[in-house]
Design a protein around this ligand. Structure first.
Ligand SMILES: [Zn+2]
Length: 319
């Protein structure tokens, strides 16, 4: 998520400075309830051979207008309920998954660091609460390269925050962000984000390893191609039981997109393609009775999909 164009809706242009300013004002005035700012978790559970912990990086506070151009404000108020905040803003979680598997300690995405204001960037607090030393992380696996997923990997000193980890990104995603002149090719509102992503990938340098869909990233961690939110976005499926899908941003908000999988999310690079990937992933999850976990879903973001009336219902895990 970040400044992005919406291919279905050419008029959507975001000014990041403006919405960060609104979020800060809401916090300062006390309009944003304290409960919206409390750091949740950690939530621990097991799946197959994996010991999993959902770590909160805090929350994003964003304008309601970015959710979907296909939705009216009335639709969103009905669907999103308590997530809606004063000033036509909404909050969404940032759920980072930590997985212990054999001798590996794996992090799926790394939070937003300072890019989204004071409500986010709290992964290291959560790691501390969970008793995990960042130096013990052996692998960091990314769903995609948006700032709220990769910037936690870069410290204020400009060095990787996980000193002993290798970093894993889908080859298609790496290739999309790599051209040196990309910032001059993308729409103006994506330029700063593009430069930021390129700088972050440069810091990770030769510790960055690319992987392809079809192969496992690590034993028991399969890759599901879900292009559209970004060109190389992937979800992961952890082996065990009927499977656990880490959906990343392929289904950005469970409250909105299970019922409306074909709507474009405002931060989707290609909303039509993202809708196809979203529907296919939900179909796969519902048919296979798989568990799902979403990066921006209501903490801890764990549930499953049931098919209903040509769309899907989100059934949160009973925890
Ligand atoms: Zn995101």
């Amino acid at each position: 998520m970040f400044d992005a164009k919406n291919m279905n809706d050419g008029h959507l242009v975001l000014n990041r400075r403006r919405f960060l300013g609104v979020a800060a004002a809401l916090i300062a005035s006390g309009a944003l309830p304290k409960s919206a700012l409390a750091l949740a978790g950690p939530h621990r559970f097991t799946h197959g051979a994996f010991d999993l912990t959902v770590l909160s990086d805090g929350q994003l506070v964003l304008p309601l207008s970015i959710v979907s151009a296909q939705a009216t404000t009335g639709d969103l108020k009905t669907l999103m309920g308590a997530a809606i905040q004063p000033g036509d803003m909404f909050t969404s979680e940032i759920n980072v998954v930590l997985a212990r598997s054999g001798s590996d300690l794996i992090l799926f995405d790394t939070g937003a660091a300072g890019a989204f204001g004071p409500t986010a960037g709290q992964l290291f607090e959560s790691l501390k609460t969970a008793g995990v030393d960042p130096a013990d992380i052996t692998k960091v696996i990314f769903t995609h390269a948006h700032p709220d997923h990769i910037l936690g990997a870069i410290g204020a000193d400009g060095k990787p925050t996980f000193a002993n980890a290798s970093f894993h990104l889908a080859e298609n995603e790496f290739n999309f962000w790599s051209p040196a002149d990309l910032a001059s090719q993308v729409p103006a509102q994506m330029k700063d984000m593009t430069l930021g992503i390129q700088a972050a990938l440069k810091v990770l340098g030769d510790r960055l390893v690319t992987f392809k869909a079809g192969a496992e990233v690590l034993p028991g961690i399969g890759v599901i191609e879900t292009p559209g939110h970004t060109p190389g976005h992937v979800a992961f499926e952890l082996a065990g039981g009927d499977g656990l899908i880490l959906a990343g941003d392929s289904i950005a908000l469970e409250s909105v997109f299970f019922k409306n999988p074909d709507w474009a999310f405002g931060f989707d690079y290609d909303g039509t393609l993202a809708g196809k990937s979203r529907r296919a992933l939900l179909d796969q999850a519902a048919t296979g009775k798989k568990q799902m976990l979403g990066y921006h879903w209501t903490y801890p973001g764990l549930g499953r999909a049931e098919a209903k009336d040509g769309a899907f219902v989100y059934v949160p895990a009973n925890i």
